[in-house]
Each structure stands twice: as structure tokens, then as C-alpha cells.
Design a protein around this ligand. Structure first.
Ligand code: HEM
Length: 118
């Protein structure tokens, strides 16, 4: 059976999704401040590897764990929801079907407690 990574179109789709995701986060005044000191080129590469990995693709993420990465940011449920919304919209805009986007978001949601350090 093909993985979610293959189903959505593999690496080229993930790159499109991450670019759309970052553009919309950086256009959102409630979120962009979090990334003021972030090297967005590095972030892009990490996100591509990370999403490829959680969708069972070949690229292996070698960045920090989700709890460590987001600790000290004082993130709330609202931040998580806002970022999730941007990610869902980025997938739709990149041609991912509603069904596949929802399966991908289920994987992202399973990381919520770690990301929020709860
Ligand atoms: C919705 C699910 C989320 C996922 C899957 C996710 C994933 C990631 C990943 C993979 C990294 C890269 C870590 C590294 O480079 O080692 C990262 C970094 C980061 N995330 Fe998230 N994240 C999520 C939610 C959030 C939220 C809600 C915020 C804040 C509103 C946030 C803010 C950041 C920031 C600021 C960085 C960069 C840290 C730095 O510059 O070192 N993330 N995230």
C-alpha cells in the first residue's frame, strides 16, 4: 500500500506545502513574531524533512525533538490551532485532497502535547 507521502505527490508537493505554509504564517500578525529570529531557509529544510518523515516518506528529520524545539515559547491551544489552520490551507492550496489533508493533520495533532509542552 502506498504511504500518505506518495499519495499526496511526494517531495514536490511537500515543498509546495511548506512554502505556502511559511508564507501564510509570516503574513499572520499573531504568529510571525515567533519566527523573528529564525533562519527561515534552515526552517524550510527541517520542515520538509519533518513532514516527509511523519507522512512515511524517505526523508529523515534530524532536527530537535518537538518538546525541546517549542519549549519556552509559551504556546497555547490557540497558537496550535492557528498554525494547524495554515497548514491545512497550505495542503489544500497545493492540491492535497481533503481526505489526505485530514489524515496528515491527524498525525500532526498527535504531536500537540509535545509541541505545547503539556
Ligand atoms: C502545528 C504543529 C507544529 C509542527 C508540526 C511544528 C514543527 C516544527 C519543526 C519541525 C521545527 C524545526 C525544529 C528544528 O529546526 O530543529 C519547528 C520550529 C519552530 N516552531 Fe514549530 N511546529 C508546530 C507548531 C508551532 C507553533 C504553534 C508555533 C508558534 C506559534 C511554532 C513555532 C516554531 C518556531 C518559532 C520554530 C523555530 C525555532 C528556532 O528558530 O530555533 N511551531 N517547528
Amino acid at each position: 500500500m502506498s504511504t500518505l507521502y506518495d499519495k499526496i505527490g511526494g517531495q514536490p508537493t511537500i515543498e509546495k506545502v511548506v512554502d505556502a505554509f511559511h508564507n501564510s504564517i509570516m503574513a499572520d500578525n499573531s504568529l510571525k513574531g515567533f519566527f523573528a529570529k529564525t533562519d527561515m531557509a534552515k526552517q524550510r529544510a527541517h520542515q520538509i524533512a519533518f513532514f516527509s518523515q511523519i507522512l512515511e516518506g524517505p526523508k529523515q528529520y534530524s532536527g530537535r525533538a518537538m518538546d525541546k524545539t517549542h519549549s519556552g515559547m509559551k504556546l497555547s491551544e490557540q497558537h496550535f490551532e492557528a498554525v494547524s489552520k495554515h497548514l491545512t490551507a497550505a495542503m489544500t492550496a497545493s492540491g492535497v485532497s481533503a481526505e489526505d489533508a485530514s489524515a496528515a493533520m491527524a498525525k500532526v495533532s498527535s504531536l500537540k502535547a509535545a509541541i505545547l509542552n503539556k
